[in-house]
Design a protein around this ligand. Sequence first.
Ligand code: AG3
Length: 287
Amino acid sequence: MLWFTEYYSGEGMELQGTGLTFKVTEAFSFRTPFQEVLVLNTVDFGKMLVLDGAVQTTERDEFIYHEMIVHPAFFTMNSSPEKVLIIGGGDGGTVREALKHGVKQIDMVEIDREVVEVAKKEFPSIANKLEDERVNLIFDDGREFVKGKENEYDAIIVDCSDPIGPSKVLYEEEFYRDCLKALKENGVFVTQSESPFAQRKVHKQVVNELRKVFEVVRPYLAFIPTYPSGMWSFTFASNSLDPLGVNPGALGEAYGKFVKENGKLKYYNPEIHYGAFAIPNFVYEEE
Ligand code: AG3
């Protein structure tokens, strides 16, 4: 019998003696210039993508992460964003959700071409929109890509891995400053911001660094069963828009129209839109 365990350890992880184990029926792995890629077929979560030992996405719960990294921000905007930048996001789930809004162009900057290739082959339900003509796939370092960009994007979404290796620079103030420059005036920024339970310091660092750069910074939560502790966060930032300032009547109407055009979502709804921003006390307590 084959089992895979993600052991919680290493930089940024406050749990050091815990792991999460999955029963596996098939597995293969390979090394790219950037990381170790592992593809598993699990009994309970369907296919699973693991990078450097860390679970990134599973067929069964990916909808939570991908809906929540996109829709709270996009439903905060007064109109659909036209030009979107996604940094990371190699599995394609974030692109799939973003395209449900009237987006004209998505530049997706992923450092590892081989992750996109394996996603297209092994995870069609997640990656199937990467071939859409509105998507411009760029295989490059996202940190370098944003440097020097000005006033270009309506939304920037950072769909990255833990702050180890190539993703580390995506957790720093200087990067956030470059993102702010790259955004248009009413632009919005979202990043995944780790587990406030298992990686509380990293989570707080993201929020604090973003507060140095943006006027409005709103962390929010979603429950993701296959990530460390299950308690996961994202952080919204903007200089003008506030997800909690969205008029409930207007959101209800926009959401109704969206569902008519795209079909139902599985996680995000107007109640989640407001409720996700409620954060338990311990998260921001001093150590
Ligand atoms: N990116 C965030 C995954 C972080 C998980 N960390 C861990 N398992 N230690 C997910 C990418 C999905 N598009």
